[in-house]
Design a protein around this ligand. Sequence first.
Ligand code: S3P
Length: 424
Amino acid sequence: MGNLTIKKLKKPFDKTISNIASDKSISHRCAMFSLLSDQPSIIKNYLRGEDTMDSLKIAQKLGAKIEDDGEIITITPPKNLTEPDDILDCGNAGTGMRLYTGLLSGIDGSFVLTGDKYLRNRPMNRVVVPLKSVGAKIDGRENGNKAPLHIRGSKLKSFKYHSPIDSAQVKSALILAAIQGEDISYYKENLLSRDHTERMLNGMGANITTQKDGWIKIQPLKGKLKPLNITVPTDPSSAFFFAVAASIVPNSKVVLKNVTLNPTRIEAYKILEKMGAKIEYIKYEDIYEPIGDIVVQYNSLKAITVEKNIAWLIDELPALAIAMSIADGTSVVKNAKELRVKESNRITSVVENLKLCGIKCSEVEDGYTIEGGVLQSATINSYGDHRIAMSFAIAGLLSNMDIEDTACIDTSFPNFIELLDNLK
Ligand code: S3P
């Protein structure tokens, strides 16, 4: 549990922040993909949040040796993954559970994946149904839709699957199954979701290509992959809280260092820019991903309608809602019903909390409408959801906020409160 009181900022800030949490999606994948090599992977800046540490513990239970000198984590994979003598706890992490489900479906053994009370209530059919159709043996509550999930690893068939949802978790689970198959598999999604899996596995020697017609062609692995040697960049979703802070606190500016500039991850910044914030992207590296700094400067904001490329900003919509709540005019979010199955039902958790702050807003099945106004102090319910807690903490910079149940922040951004305090 734990509550947090945020006090209104008395003056603008101008900060360069170089220690924002490392990327959660990439860190999860480092833990899992290192198991596909026969040599040690070297990971710098691994995210030490609860979600990704849970993925690392699972890698260890599957037989990997983990060495951590406080800076670099070395993951030495076992020759063959071992059947663990206990359950595998994914904590709060949908990414952990869905990707491990894909990976373990093709590994000989019995595996039980579970998680906290929030994760155990999130839908798993989106990966379980297609995986079962290619021969995976998975069971769980509600016929496999809810964890705990029991996986009995088996030989998987190759497939051609057009996903009804644009989800990197589903795509990655299916890619992890496909590379263990005997023949080429094909996967398609309507909008390219974040593509860290394709980039990282290809960097390790896999052969995953996106064809002109949008089908992703996945070759089965011929043997073990090369190890990872990676410095995990800053998480653009975590950095975005500070981008919103600089956009709403008059005359403020922030430089966000070393962020992945992967186009499937920075759409929320583009929207904030369209709303009026001044944003610059300074790319200086390209290792697995384009990486650079993002500079965000205050400007008055105007309302916007967000209805396209939703998968590219799905995680940032709660923080964007804070910008919308003070923008001039009425903002609309559409085609975002995926928000209902995140760590909380984020359509309801955003709208109900904004109402507590005196903002006029309403929810529809696939989004919400927010009329810009003046944020008032309130006691916020985080619904146990890290991104809701952090979004409303940012709102607190304009008007004091009490946020209940903030322990969830540690799942993705353990030093968030310290960085927020540094804005004073
Ligand atoms: C993630 C994909 C997204 C995102 C989640 C992390 C990933 O979920 O919301 O925080 O690392 O693949 P979906 O793929 O379900 O949209």
